[in-house]
Design a protein around this ligand. Structure first.
Ligand code: ADP
Ligand code: MG
Length: 228
């Protein structure tokens, strides 16, 4: 597959098979994807259709059984485990359903922690973390811990954290799954703003029909394949 500069994500015949004992579960059965840079894409499909597996393969958290993944012109198959980790930390933002915040740290510390691994100086890290919290409207909550915040606020901290490293790609797995519909609307609108603002590409795995009006495209996954 030839890397194309205008595409954030390219996959060709992506297959991921899990082997459990003598049983093979085909989680992805040949996914061909071409996502232009800057798009906001919803990945829909029933539970077990392969959404999480696909996001994990695109973000280098999981290795496909066969097929190729190219993200922003870079083929992931050639990278070592160490190179993958480095690439992921510098170019990808992850958001999970369960937020994944560290409970003993404040909102600010949760975001700033992402920057510790970068080479930024202390003041730059501080400015950047505060800027990200401002982007999600939580600058006044910087000193609060997750348990003092609502689910929507915690998810916004997770969003601030996911953009802290200036990622080119955000992969969000059921990121609104725990939120009520009003908060879901807020978070989706926030995603749109961030994507437009920073030219980021985003894939959001979800069951939620509320996303339809916010995304550029809906990809329907069924049984490890793209249905349309
Ligand atoms: P979704 O996120 O759409 O619910 P998943 O990607 O989690 O779907 O799962 C796709 C299929 O792969 C399912 O049949 C699931 O049971 C299987 N699967 C996912 N992860 C594993 C794993 N670590 N080991 C074995 N089977 C798995
Ligand atoms: Mg899933």
């Amino acid at each position: 597959m030839q890397p194309q500069p205008s595409l954030a994500i390219q996959t060709q015949d992506l297959v991921r098979t899990y082997t459990i004992g003598d049983r093979a579960v085909k989680a992805l059965r040949g996914i061909d994807l071409q996502v232009p840079t800057g798009r906001f894409i919803a990945l829909k499909g029933r539970s077990g259709s392969g959404k999480t597996t696909l996001l994990n393969c695109l973000g280098g958290l999981d290795q496909p059984t066969s097929g190729e993944v190219i993200v922003n012109g870079r083929s992931l198959s050639g990278l070592s485990e160490k190179e993958l980790t480095h690439w992921r930390r510098s170019e990808v933002g992850f958001i999970f359903q369960s937020f994944g915040l560290l409970p003993t740290l404040s909102a600010y510390e949760n975001v700033e922690l992402m920057l510790r691994i970068s080479k930024l100086a202390r003041k730059e890290r501080r400015d950047r973390a505060m800027h990200c919290l401002e982007m999600v409207g939580l600058e006044k909550w910087a000193g609060h811990r997750p348990y003092e915040m609502s689910g929507g606020q915690q998810q916004r901290v997770a969003i601030a954290r996911s953009i802290a490293n200036n990622p080119q790609l955000i992969l969000a797995d059921e990121a609104t799954g725990e939120l009520d519909s009003e908060t879901t609307h807020e978070v989706l609108a926030l995603f749109r703003t961030i994507i437009a603002d920073k030219g980021i590409t985003m894939l959001l795995a979800t069951h939620d029909n509320l996303v339809d009006e916010y995304v550029d495209q809906v990809l329907q996954l069924g049984d490890g394949q793209i249905l349309e």
